[in-house]
Design a protein around this ligand. Structure first.
Ligand code: DAH
Length: 339
């Protein structure tokens, strides 16, 4: 038995030293110290010995066990620190290396101004809603009191998906969709892209942006329209801004008007910015036509409302002194990173 024990001590030592990872080390432990291990087998066989023999062998067996356990323990530490070294080496970070440059995106100037407009209208209790850019003839024209033969269609030629499905020429169809879906009181703005089949030049683009507005409630009058839009103009251009409402015609409002602000460059004298007018047109507006309310299932005897629509791109161009509309759509970073 003594020989067996010293042989076990030797082979165990060799096995443990040879274990290259924690799993191999565990296998070695089981091989010698496990329930069916070699050392355990010897301890089990000690019953057959004399009391003296048992004491002697028992002592050696315990020493052998303690030695094996100590070797297991120190080998485990060794393996762990090797593993850590390997990981530290693999994950080494050279903080002196130059960093990777991640260019930060920015908001497009149109988005910057739109965000500003949204903030102004949200502050006045408006919601922001959206409508589809691919629209039906019904929503884009018919329901807005622009029948097939109406001359207003001449200025709003667009792109046809089919006879009755088009790219919207204005955000006004969102008025109809909103009134179909919501009951008054309604207070919404609807920003978005609109399309017309115009040739591209410094002031025209087949794609541009509008912001629509709609208010419907009991007792809404022209003075609500004027008060709201005058407040809007002053928030956008400053408290000294002078506005004027000029009679106009839109098929879906009655009466209709256009809102001008006094030219902030020449203060009404006439200059290049206002093309000698002294005033700059900002938007179209009016009291929602009773016919339009009826079409949307709102009783014009009970409710009234006002609406407006503004061209966003021109406001952006004036805000940042951009003299060519095309710059807004070409996505040239040399231009865009200036904002
Ligand atoms: N949709 C009109 C256009 O594109 C703008 C407009 C005028 C909208 C008057 C309105 C409005 O809501 O009341 O020319």
């Amino acid at each position: 038995m003594k020989e067996a024990l010293s042989r076990i001590a030797l082979t165990a030592k060799a096995d443990i030293a040879a274990a290259g990872n924690p799993a191999a080390l565990e296998a070695a432990r089981v091989k010698y110290l496990g329930k069916k291990g070699e050392l355990t087998a010897i301890l089990k066989g000690m019953g057959a010995l004399s009391p003296d023999g048992r004491r002697e062998i028992g002592q050696i067996a315990n020493e052998t066990r303690a030695a094996i356990e100590a070797e297991l323990g120190s080998r485990l530490q060794e393996l762990k620190s090797k593993e850590l070294d390997a990981r530290l080496l693999a994950e080494r970070l050279d903080v002196t290396m130059p960093g990777t440059h991640h260019p930060m995106g920015g908001r497009h100037p149109i988005q910057l101004v739109l965000d500003e407009l949204k903030e102004i209208f949200l502050g006045m209790g408006f919601d922001v809603v959206e409508g589809p850019e691919v629209e039906t003839d019904y929503y884009n024209f018919e329901a807005l009191n622009i029948p097939k033969d109406h001359p207003a269609r001449d200025t709003q030629d667009t792109f046809y998906i089919s006879d009755n499905v088009i790219l919207r020429t204005q955000t006004s169809p969102v008025q109809i969709r909103t009134m179909e879906q919501r009951k008054p009181p309604i207070r919404v703005i609807a920003p978005g892209r609109v399309y017309r089949s115009d040739a591209v030049d410094a002031t025209h683009s087949p794609l541009f942006h509008q912001v629509e507005g709609l208010v419907v409630d009991k007792g809404i009058t022209m003075s609500d329209l004027k008060g709201t839009l005058d407040t809007f103009a002053k928030r956008l251009y400053g408290p000294e801004t002078v506005t004027r409402f000029r009679p106009h015609h839109f098929p879906f409002t009655e009466p209709s008007a256009e809102l001008d602000v006094m030219c902030f460059s020449c203060h009404g004298e006439g200059c290049r910015l206002c093309k000698g007018e002294g005033w700059i047109e900002i938007l179209g507006c009016g009291m929602v036509h009773p016919k339009v309310l009826s079409i949307c299932g709102i009783d014009p005897e009970e409710y009234s409302g006002f609406a407006f629509g503004l061209g966003l791109d021109r406001i952006v161009m004036r805000r940042y002194n951009i003299d060519d509309l095309r710059l807004l759509f070409e996505n040239d970073l040399r231009f865009l990173t200036q904002f």
